[in-house]
Write a protein that binds this ligand. Structure first.
Ligand code: GLN
Length: 195
């Protein structure tokens, strides 16, 4: 298997590296364009998407990232990572940009103050049993999806919280802090399929 990367300018990088490494992957932090060139897939972690946006431009990663995404590199985004992958963003800070790639509208900080953070079990047909224990931390929601996007999971109220489009996978929640490795496995399958 070729090496895979975790976008490492901001966010819960270490947790993702740990899950990927436990699955046998050669997983490396990516902070510079030269490091991005070495990897065949990328995880964008949870954190703060507006900061990720600024830092990716400051470190010269934004353009190469967009080029790799357009060229079909598998990417898995969690939470802020989902926001980074969204073609369109609602409730971003002034001037905030995303990388795009996923034909979705993401709404940032969608769950107000009272339920800023919550956990729930989600039945996700694409992953089978057992249900996924999903941890939401100031999470976004997917407001709308294009017709190339598969909806993998919804909350009981109908909110879309996991999507896939080709080799792009995104969850509004954080499997990497919930002993849940099936999304990372799926990401690695996309990488293997393209190797
Ligand atoms: N609220 C954060 C953002 O806007 C995302 C939170 C998270 O990644 N846990 O990017």
């Amino acid at each position: 298997q070729p090496p895979v990367g975790v976008f490492a300018l901001q966010g819960d990088v270490r947790e993702h590296l740990a899950v990927l490494t436990a699955l046998g992957a050669d997983a490396r932090p990516v902070r510079r364009p030269e490091e991005l060139e070495q990897v065949a897939g990328l995880v964008i972690p949870g954190g703060e998407s507006s900061v990720m946006d600024k830092l990716s431009r400051l470190f010269g990663l934004r353009d190469p990232l967009q080029q790799r995404i357009a060229a079909g590199m598998p990417v898995y985004g969690t939470c802020a990572g989902l926001i980074m992958l969204a073609e369109r963003l609602q409730d971003g800070i002034a001037g905030q940009q995303t990388l795009g790639g996923l034909d979705i509208v993401a709404r940032r900080n969608a769950f107000g103050t009272q339920s800023d953070s919550f956990e729930t079990d989600l039945h996700i047909p694409a992953l089978g049993d057992p249900p996924v224990h999903a941890v939401f931390i100031r999470a976004p929601v997917v407001e709308a999806v294009g017709d190339q996007v598969a909806v993998l999971a919804r909350l009981e109220g109908g909110d879309i919280v996991a999507v896939e489009q080709g080799a792009l996978l995104a969850t509004a929640f954080h499997p990497e802090i919930a002993h849940e490795d099936r999304f990372h496995r799926r990401f690695l399958e996309h990488v293997a399929a393209r190797a």
